[in-house]
Write a protein that binds this ligand. Structure first.
Ligand SMILES: [Mn+2]
Length: 341
């Protein structure tokens, strides 16, 4: 839990603050970092945003995006900044393993640490924790955090624009992980003059020609549908990666296309990397891909969106995935959905 009085007291005087989010940061990780950055910037703090790995260029239209440091590319400087930090915010991640190279620095740091996150099972490494798995996004929690700090009046476009991006991306445009609470918050956000149409356009219509060609390749050449299990997957080898010069973020959302097929309840994207095979899974309804990823792929995440990785040959991972789905989960994936509208 967060002791808001303690936190308010701490933030009363200028602090050296570092904001971090998970590796391979998505719209929610970047959005929550920028929203918190703009909120804290209203006081006289010295704030640095540090992401463990490359940030998606598709979000470079966001204000102060260029101030975000990528640890991989700024190791010496970022290390110094983290060592000198008096406060560290951990956004959109629940475990130090999610921040790769900076995890040991955070662990060693004596800074006052605050976690704001919506993943299940937060690890115990922070002094203050705002964790709510019923929240759509960390961005939603940043809104609630600012409200609880008694600063709702300070919510302006600089804070709300990036916040809205994270809410949009983590809910897939309000298709999942929503709640009446979220829609009340969104109503408040829109009343402040946030341009829904423009942000949706910037967020959802952002394919480059190359990433669009990659999507076409995935859908025409690399997809396999296991119709009897209501499951589909796309598998990409190292040579696909080379051919399309795939970078982090280019595959964002590709896996969701499988769920556009009627009756599909489970989808996976399997990608062969240099020494590891990654899997990213999505599901609909009650089927928990978090369970699948936790049990078989050293991973986790949310019920309907999870990921993991294995140090095994690419072909073996594909076979393992198919075996698990058809042997262990077929029944769960094909049972009639009796929930009426
Ligand atoms: Mn998130």
């Amino acid at each position: 839990m967060i002791n808001f009085n303690e936190l308010k007291h701490l933030l009363k005087s200028p602090k050296r603050i570092v904001i971090t989010a998970h590796s391979n940061p998505d719209g929610d990780a970047i959005g929550s970092s920028l929203a918190l950055f703009h909120y804290l910037q209203k006081s006289d703090h010295s704030i640095t945003m540090i992401m463990p790995t490359e940030i998606p260029k598709s979000l470079n239209w966001m204000k102060n995006f260029d101030k975000i440091l990528v640890f991989e590319n700024t190791k010496t400087f970022s290390r110094k900044i983290i060592k000198e930090a008096e406060m560290i915010f951990s956004l959109d991640y629940n475990a130090l393993s999610r921040v790769e190279g900076i995890s040991s620095l955070i662990k060693k740091s004596n800074a006052y640490k605050v976690m704001i996150d919506h993943h299940i099972g937060p690890e115990d490494f922070c002094d203050a924790v705002l964790s709510d798995t019923s929240a759509s996004s960390t961005c939603q929690l940043i809104y609630e955090f600012i409200e609880m700090m008694g600063d709702a009046d300070s919510l302006d476009k600089d804070i709300l624009n990036p916040m809205y991006v994270g809410i949009l991306t983590d809910t897939g445009g309000f298709r999942y992980a929503t709640s009446s609470k979220l829609f009340r918050i969104v109503a408040n956000i829109l009343e402040k003059g946030i341009d829904n149409n423009m942000i949706c356009d910037l967020v959802f219509n952002s394919y480059t020609i190359n990433s669009f060609n990659l999507l076409a390749h995935c859908i025409s050449k690399r997809i396999e549908i296991m119709e009897d299990c209501n499951t589909g997957f796309i598998a990409l080898s190292q040579s696909d990666h080379r051919k399309f010069n795939i970078k982090r973020g280019d595959l964002e959302g590709v896996v969701n296309f499988i769920l556009k097929i009627k009756k599909m309840r489970c989808a996976a994207l399997i990608t062969e990397r240099r020494d590891i095979v990654k899997i990213s899974m999505r599901s609909k309804g009650d089927f928990s891909v978090q369970e699948v990823c936790g049990k078989y792929f050293n991973g986790g995440g949310h019920k309907n969106a999870s990921g993991g990785a294995l140090k095994k040959p690419y072909k073996e991972v594909i076979k393992l995935f198919k075996d698990i789905i058809s042997n262990e989960y077929k029944e769960a994936l094909t049972k009639e959905n009796t929930d009426a509208l």
